[in-house]
Design a protein around this ligand. Sequence first.
Ligand code: ATP
Length: 371
Amino acid sequence: MDPEQQEPLLTLNKIHCCYGGVDAVHRLSFRVHQGQIVCLLGPSGCGKTTTLRAIAGFEPVCNGEVRLGGEVISAAGYTLPPERRRMGMVFQDYALFPHLTIYDNVTFGLRGLSRRERRARADELLELVDLRGYGSRYPHELSGGQQQRVSLIRAVAPRPAMVLLDEPFSNLDVDLRERLSREFHDIFRDQGVTAVLVTHDQHEAFAMADEIGLMRDGRLLQWDTPFNLYHEPVDRFTAEFIGQGTLIGGRLLDHERVETPLGVLRGNRAFPWNPGTEVDVLLRPDDVRITAIAPLQGRVVKRAFKGAETLYTLRTADGHQLLALAPSSIDHPVDAQVGIQIDTEHLVAFPRHEQEAGEETLWYPLHAANA
Ligand code: ATP
């Protein structure tokens, strides 16, 4: 059955969270279905942690409601205590009990099971995260990544209704962060866990989540799949927060085509604005291809080797800068002349406001932790 047709497991309905009368979260609504992994993503101070704490029951809501499986667990004047919500938490600082062994940490929340059943559950989960044989060690005898794996399985062990994760990888280095995000995703899938993750790191969000809510100033800007958030951002902020790219000024020729200094671009949609409207067109590095022969020519001004791919900064003869991602097996040195082809299947444009006229922006992922 399509999960969208099921009753949602978690519903946030126009919640407000206030500190001293000031809204930190404003009319926030979203739904999470059984088995889904969702992520709240956004810059520091946008209200992600407050929202997660409201779901966990650590923060009251001053308006709206939170429902779990149809039951209201938070509303103005009512907060079901955290321990009665059947939710597991994973924190950035692991929060393992230092004086308990790994085995005792993992089995800590397992009530109503025999000793043998508790051990079987712990062994099954330790195996899942490659920590079989570590049960009698203490947390300080494990690496940061291993401690976080234990903290994950401790949260999952009692089979909670859902798991909430607050920046779970931010203490770890970039490579480990990405690896653990993928590992956690697979474990959640395997165990049928429903999860809400909070992070400011889009790589983590992309690696883990089925759907992402991008927040700014306590509000939800876009709730979408990682693919759509990247390729179909609803506004400039989202476009700039997610990934890299260039905004090139242009003018609508009709509802489908935009005239730009790089040529006439046509996407796969009809724009709602009138012909003649000034717009900025979003070009992602993967929309820009380097080819041997193309009418549009440019010069390589910078390149960043990224393993399988290289990110090039190109400048056209009339001074426009573009980012292009190309397989690193073919090397284009700085100053090389190259052909540029623009693949505009996901052509995204934003109407240009007067105060922005004349600005042309190119950005690298300033907000990505591994920029
Ligand atoms: P970060 O990524 O830095 O953790 P965040 O997106 O999780 O940020 P929150 O911690 O939810 O943001 O904070 C949202 C807003 O609420 C911020 O403006 C913050 O200053 C404010 N805030 C958070 N906690 C409190 C508090 N206990 N008292 C007053 N204001 C608070």
